[in-house]
Write a protein of this length. Structure first.
Lengths: 284, 288
């Protein structure tokens, strides 16, 4: 161990102060969300968010369920599409592609991970929505939201699955080859089970990302508060609702928006703790 | 014998099928992404000109350029980095250099950063509005937008810096200790220079994340598109400009395309540079 002299002690003290601030940021966020939503949480019973007739905040009807349903449907739809595509991409990079093509494709995916959500939303609005409109009006719909979200979470799923697959020990792969397993037999019987928890953690993180995504969904989903009957119906998600109404919300309405932010935060926190737990198991 | 052969054929067909599916999925993904980029390039390049970069927007952004918006974006970014970098890097240094990896303080910090990394950007926007804009009285300003972004950047800056510092070989620390260097001197003269490329790569990733952000700035840095006079003025970020042009301004599609092209080009350059730094680092490490 190093012997600590005064400069070192000073350095560590300063570093500690900064690090404590980093922890405080999370507490501050939780505290302020709770503080802002406290008046409504105290005044209204929680059942109001489920049993009110609809979402008419100016008339004091605060049913969050249609928007929660919209959020969940859009996220699940996006995962349904993005998981097979993302897994295929990861398998392609690790087991199928020749090495230069694999590097190229991986770089492409990494670059796509950096494209801002507003650009995906803009592309969806100008290209995807008119296309869907030709097929089945009105175009701005659950389907458009699902497709845009798919594009946004696909790089995340691919890159986490890639990391998990690349971490499978070479011996396992070599043993499978020595036993004469076919390529798919090796992938489905050895590689995927070995990388399972890492891949699952990545999918859960992708779900969290999809639930919280705001701008892209706001731009293509049509933003009508309703339970969608088909994928062509417009929906509004919780995050989009905050972005739409925060500008003019006052009093209770504003507090309810903070409640929905808190709800979103809790959903995402649960998902990311599950992902963290899975990651920890993988390393244990 | 016959059975064995049959099984073999079944496996061969299954292999082929899996391969076909995977190749078609990859082809689909590649094609869609090239479609997006081509669309943006085709739509944007017609409207893009030197004047577009150097003029301020007129007529709600339909005419003119994006100069004032680029300046606001840059100011927001600077505020965010000045606030976040010292916090994030000192946290990373503390975690790696001054704490055992399994200490409870380290675990708490890591857990809170892990949670923070998952918080949706709109929730950061709500928090920024309640805390910086209203509670601290900064209003809709570049300062409150930048500080909100700083909170968002903490996890990515800390985790990249932590990984970079951990990658510095322990022999460096042992040698420095054997030479009787203090920790501070070791850190400043040895560890930080050795980890510099990783820190730079993390910084670039953070910049990319900040430039891409819209939802957190919606209610913190505001919508005003004129040239900001001070940090307490409201300023519109580039990503927010694209959003506003496409959603709220009829006939704003062409400038929106051009702005999106500028933003995507910027981000591609930044990310490629970050990748180059990170990959170059790996190669260097393998060689030595």
């Amino acid at each position: 161990m190093f012997r600590l002299i005064p400069t070192d002690r000073l350095l560590i003290a300063i570093l500690r102060i900064f690090a404590v601030n980093t922890v405080l940021v999370l507490l501050l966020i939780l505290a302020f969300l709770l503080l802002e939503s406290w008046p409504v949480l105290m005044q209204l019973s929680l059942t109001r968010f489920v049993t009110d007739t609809s979402w008419h905040p100016l008339e004091g009807a605060y049913n969050l369920m249609p928007m929660l349903a919209g959020t969940l449907l859009a996220s699940m739809g996006a995962l349904l599409l993005a998981v097979p595509l993302g897994m295929s991409s990861a398998l392609f990079i690790v087991f199928y592609a020749p090495s230069h093509l694999a590097t190229l494709y991986k770089r492409l995916i990494e670059l796509l991970a950096g494209i801002p959500s507003v650009v995906f939303g803009f592309w969806g609005l100008t290209t995807l929505v008119p296309l869907i409109n030709q097929w089945h009006p009105p175009g701005a719909s659950l389907l458009a939201a699902i497709l845009v979200l798919t594009l946004m979470v696909l790089p995340l799923i691919t890159l986490t699955a890639y990391t998990a697959l690349a971490a499978v020990p070479d011996e396992l792969i070599h043993n499978a080859a020595a036993l004469g397993l076919s390529r798919w037999g090796m992938i489905s019987g050895v590689a995927l089970p070995a990388a399972g928890s890492g891949i699952t953690a990545g999918i859960i993180l992708a779900a969290a990302r999809a639930l919280g995504e705001t701008m892209a969904v706001l731009m293509v989903a049509g933003n009508v508060v309703q339970y969608p009957e088909t994928v062509f119906d417009p929906i509004r998600t919780l995050a989009a609702n905050i972005a739409l109404e925060m500008a003019y919300a006052m009093g209770d309405h504003r507090a309810v928006l903070f409640v929905s932010g808190l709800l979103l935060l809790l959903l995402v926190m649960v998902l990311s703790s599950i992902a963290g737990f899975l990651e920890k198991q993988r390393h244990a | 014998m016959r059975d064995n052969q049959q099984l073999h054929t079944v496996h061969r067909i299954r292999d082929r099928l899996a391969q076909c599916l995977i190749y078609s999925a990859v082809f689909l993904v590649g094609a869609v992404f090239i479609w997006i980029l081509a669309d943006l390039a085709r739509g944007g390049i017609m409207h893009l000109s030197w004047e577009f970069i150097t003029e301020s927007p007129r007529d709600a952004g339909r005419a003119g350029g994006i100069a004032s918006i680029l300046i606001s974006t840059l100011l927001i970014l600077c505020v965010a980095l000045i606030a976040a970098v010292p916090l994030a890097w000192s946290t990373a240094i503390l975690l790696v250099e001054c704490m055992p990896a399994a200490s409870s303080f380290g675990k708490t910090v890591r857990f809170s950063l892990h949670v923070l990394a998952g918080v949706p950007s709109i929730v950061f926007g709500l928090f920024g509005n309640a805390f910086f804009s209203i509670y601290l009285g900064l209003g809709f300003s570049i300062l409150s937008g930048g500080l909100t972004l700083a909170c968002m950047l903490l996890p990515i800056l800390t985790s990249t810096a932590e990984a970079g510092l951990r990658a510095v070989p322990d022999t460096y620390r042992l040698s420095a200790s054997a030479l009787g260097m203090t920790r501070t001197a070791t850190l400043i003269h040895l560890i930080l220079p050795a980890a510099a490329p990783a820190l730079a790569a993390g910084l670039l990733l953070g910049i990319g994340r900040a430039l891409a952000e819209t939802a957190a700035l919606l209610f913190t840095s505001g919508y005003v598109e004129r040239m900001p006079g001070s940090l307490l003025d409201s300023g519109r970020a580039l990503a927010l400009h694209i959003f506003d042009l496409s959603m709220n301004v009829p006939g704003g599609d062409m400038p929106a395309y051009a702005s999106a092209l500028v933003l995507v080009t910027l981000l591609l350059c930044i990310n490629i540079l970050a990748m180059k730094l990170a990959y170059g680092l790996q190669r260097w490490r393998i060689m030595t």
